[in-house]
Design a protein around this ligand. Structure first.
Ligand code: HSE
Length: 439
């Protein structure tokens, strides 16, 4: 059989992993694909830079056009990330009739419609398993393994960097800033780690899964998105005391005739499988009407796990499987879209933490505001502090102490309006933390 000749555009952490698999496991891959998969070209910005993976002489260059136009190349693997140069690489490769494999969720979120349209016109395919949840075969699971189901809910940890940081903060009792650099050193983070820690990366991934599972295209601006970059260690510790772990959870689920979506640090009961996922691991819990609940867990970031997904896509291209499944992916096509639940109507329980003055009537004032907005309390923590005599020193000397409240279910809109009033209370100081609780 003729080989599948591959050009790798981008040779960073994941690119190095893909090259290692293609070069070191060529026999195994040829057996699985029924034909050799041959790495022919690697394109980088600066070929003179030292690399962790050594390549055969003459393979590396800096000329993307030359690689894409090379008639020997069958498939282009885009691993440069971002939405500008990567867009040109993918569109040009498809225009030349080459199949494309990409790990780029930002690109698919931003330009997915045009890319898939061009692939259809060119009778090529775009494979993107590596774009969501690293080594977990979640795209194949939803689009093939669960094809008989109506998916009712997706609840997932989709950013390995954030999960690593949350795990380390709690285990070592350290602040957010002290762990971020370690996650970058270990190769989990994006080139711009802001996208990991502000929730953007997870939000891009949940929108791709939403498109696959529900056939609905949701812009990032249509649902609440919050990262872990503003979280304080104190909240992870209070959550632990209450029997919960804080996880950056992406959720997309049917509620009546609408789709509820959000990406937020969320309290999850400690005994639930998703609460027990630590380090750079991801987990996706799917609920289908026939299959019930499924939990898929594995490394969501890092060179070799992501390379595993990229090379699985290359095998699918080599066998012709991708050419059969790609046109059937009911992706990026017009559907009657499920309307998105307006954020203010999302109903959940919440964890609240305030710094409050330690003086009479404080809880009465807070509970009065919450109660008038229909928010009912489920539990309260206020730890004892040493006695103080503020009458002698004047009210400026009243110390502020943390108060933690767990609420019953209420709508986001009720909390927002209550918060406007809470902010005005003299007894409530900053920070005012509010985190959702998963049921
Ligand atoms: N930076 C991502 C993460 C991996 O930390 O999960 C690639 O999507």
């Amino acid at each position: 059989m003729s080989p599948l000749n591959v050009a790798l555009i981008g040779f960073g952490n994941v690119g190095g992993g893909v090259a290692r698999l293609l070069l070191e496991k060529s026999e195994r891959l040829a057996q699985r694909a029924g034909r050799p998969i041959v790495l022919k070209r690697v394109v980088v910005r600066d070929p003179s830079r030292p690399r962790a993976v050594s390549l055969p002489d003459g393979m590396i260059s800096s000329d993307v056009r030359e690689a894409i136009l090379d008639p020997q190349i069958d498939t282009v693997v885009e691993l440069i990330g971002g939405t500008t140069a990567a867009h040109d690489v993918v569109m040009d490769a498809l225009a030349e009739g080459k199949d494309v494999v990409t790990a780029n969720k930002a690109l698919l979120c931003t330009h997915g419609d045009a890319i898939f349209e061009r692939a259809r016109t060119a009778k090529c395919c775009v494979a993107f398993e590596a774009s969501v949840a690293g080594g977990i075969p979640i795209v194949a699971t939803i689009s093939q393994g669960l094809a008989a189901n109506q998916i009712n809910s997706i609840e997932a940890i989709l950013n390995g960097t954030s999960n690593f940081i949350l795990t380390e903060m709690l285990a070592k009792r350290v602040a957010y800033q002290d762990v971020l650099a370690e996650a970058q050193r270990l190769g989990y983070a994006e080139a711009d780690p802001t996208l990991d820690v502000d929730g953007t990366d997870a939000a891009q991934k949940i929108t791709l899964l939403t498109r696959l599972a529900f056939g609905t295209k949701v812009p990032l601006s249509a649902f609440p998105r919050q990262g872990i970059d503003t979280l304080e260690l104190a909240d992870l510790i209070y959550a632990e005391e209450l029997g919960y772990r804080v996880k950056l959870l992406g959720v997309a689920k049917r509620v009546g005739s609408k789709l509820e979506m959000h990406v937020q640090p969320t309290l999850v009961r400690r005994e639930k499988p998703i609460a027990q996922v630590s380090g750079a691991y991801n987990m996706v819990r799917l609920e289908g009407d026939a299959v019930g609940s499924l939990w898929l867990s594995g490394a969501g970031a890092g060179a070799m796990p992501t390379a595993s997904a990229v090379v699985a896509d290359l095998i699918d291209v080599a066998t012709g499987r991708a050419a059969r499944t790609f046109p059937q992916l009911d992706l990026w096509q017009s559907h009657p879209p499920l309307p998105i639940q307006p954020p203010e109507d999302i109903e959940r329980r919440y964890y609240l933490r305030f710094n409050v003055e330690d003086r009479p009537h404080v809880f009465a004032e807070i509970c009065d505001v919450l109660g008038r907005h229909g928010i009912s309390l489920a539990s309260i923590i206020q730890h004892e502090v040493p006695e103080h005599d503020d009458r002698a020193a004047g009210s400026d000397a009243v110390p502020a102490i943390p108060a933690v409240l767990m609420t019953h279910r209420a709508r986001e809109g009720q909390f927002r309006t209550a918060d406007v009033e809470l902010e005005k209370l003299a007894c409530v100081r900053t920070p005012r933390v509010r985190l959702p609780v998963a049921d």
